[in-house]
Design a protein around this ligand. Structure first.
Ligand code: C2E
Ligand code: MG
Ligand code: MG
Ligand code: MG
Length: 280
C-alpha cells in the first residue's frame, strides 16, 4: 500500500512539474511579445540625501503589465528574460526609457538603471548607453548603472572591461545588493564602482542584530576610504533611517521615503522639490 501511495505521489509530482514547465513556456512566449506589445513600464523610487532628506534621484524599476495575468514583478520575469536572451533588448529599452524620463527632470536629479550580467557581455552596451544619453541630452553623470557582484561570476575580465568603458563615458556604476550572496570586500577595491548600495535585508537586519550593525559599520568605513557614495536600501522606519545616517550612509532609499511610483508622480515629487517623505 505504501508503495502504491509512493507511486501516486510520484505521478502527482510529475504532473505538477509538467504543468510548471508548460506555464514557463507560455510565460516565455508572452515575454517575447511584451516589448513590441508595449506592456512594460518603469516605476521610479526616490533616493534622498541622508543629511537633509532632499530628493537626489530615482531608481528605475521595471514592471510588466501582462494583459491577462496583470502586474508581474521583475523577480518573476527578469531571470526568464536573462535565460532567453530577451534581456538584451529589454535592457536597452530600460536605458532609453530612463533617459527619456530624466530629460524631464532638472540636472541635479539622477536616475539609476539595473543591469543584468548578460548585458555586460555585450561590447555594444557602452555605445547604446552613449546614444541614449545624446538623444535625450542627458549629462552622463546623471545616469547610474547598478550591477550586482554576480557580474563577476562569469567572464570577469570582459565585464570589468565593459564597466570601465561605461565609466569612461562619465556614467556612475553602483555595486547593488551588497550584503547578500557572496558579497566580498574585494569587490570594493575594483576601481570601477563609484557607489555601494547596502541591501535592504541587511539594513533591516541591523534593527535586530548588533553584529550586523558592526559589519555594516566596517563596510561603510571601508567604502568611505575609497571615496564611494554609500546608499542604504530598504529603509522602512525612522529608526532604520537614523541608524544608517549616523553610521555614515550618504543616501537613503526605501518605503519610508517613497515606494516606486509612475513617471507622473515622480515628476510631481521633483516639482515639489521638498522632503520626499512628506509628499510621497
Ligand atoms: P533592486 O535593484 O535591489 O531594487 C530594490 C528592490 O527593493 C525593488 O524591488 C524595490 O521595490 C524594493 N524596495 C525598495 N524599498 C523597499 C523597502 O523599504 N522595503 C522592501 N521590503 N523593499 C523595498 P522590485 O521593484 O520588485 O525589483 C526587484 C529586483 O528586480 C531589483 O532589485 C532588481 O534586481 C530587479 N530589477 C528591477 N528592474 C529591473 C530592470 O529594469 N532590469 C534588470 N536587469 N533588473 C531589474
Ligand atoms: Mg538596484
Ligand atoms: Mg538592491
Ligand atoms: Mg535586488
Amino acid at each position: 500500500q505504501a508503495k502504491a501511495r509512493g507511486r501516486g505521489m510520484c505521478c502527482a509530482f510529475d504532473a505538477s512539474m509538467q504543468k510548471e514547465a508548460e506555464q514557463r513556456l507560455r510565460l516565455e512566449e508572452d515575454l517575447r511579445h511584451a516589448l513590441p506589445g508595449n506592456q512594460f513600464r518603469l516605476t521610479y523610487q526616490p533616493l534622498v540625501r541622508a543629511s537633509d532628506q532632499r530628493l537626489v534621484g530615482f531608481e528605475a524599476l521595471i514592471r510588466w503589465h501582462h494583459p491577462v495575468r496583470g502586474l508581474i514583478s521583475p523577480l518573476d520575469f527578469i531571470p526568464l528574460a536573462e535565460e532567453t536572451g530577451i534581456i538584451t533588448h529589454l535592457g536597452d529599452w530600460v536605458i532609453e526609457e530612463a533617459c527619456r524620463a530624466a530629460a524631464h527632470w532638472p540636472d541635479h536629479i539622477s536616475v539609476a538603471v539595473n543591469l543584468s550580467p548578460r548585458q555586460l557581455v555585450l561590447p555594444a552596451l557602452p555605445n547604446a548607453v552613449s546614444e541614449s544619453l545624446t538623444r535625450h541630452r542627458i549629462k552622463p553623470n546623471r545616469l547610474e548603472l547598478e550591477v550586482t557582484e554576480s557580474v563577476f561570476l562569469g567572464d570577469t575580465h570582459g565585464a570589468l572591461d565593459v564597466l570601465r568603458r561605461l565609466r569612461q563615458l562619465g556614467v556612475g556604476i553602483a555595486l547593488d545588493d551588497f550584503g547578500t550572496g557572496y558579497s566580498s570586500l574585494g569587490y570594493l577595491n575594483k576601481t570601477v564602482f563609484h557607489k555601494l548600495k547596502i541591501d535592504g535585508s541587511f539594513v533591516r537586519e541591523a534593527a535586530k542584530n548588533k553584529e550586523t550593525v558592526a559589519i555594516i559599520q566596517s563596510i561603510v568605513t571601508l567604502a568611505n576610504s575609497f571615496r564611494m557614495t554609500i546608499t542604504a536600501e530598504g529603509v522602512e522606519t525612522m529608526a532604520d533611517f537614523e541608524r544608517m545616517r549616523d553610521m555614515g550612509c550618504h543616501q537613503i532609499q526605501g518605503y519610508l521615503f517613497g515606494r516606486p511610483m509612475d513617471f507622473d508622480k515622480a515628476t510631481e515629487l521633483v516639482r515639489g522639490g521638498g522632503n520626499a517623505r512628506m509628499s510621497a
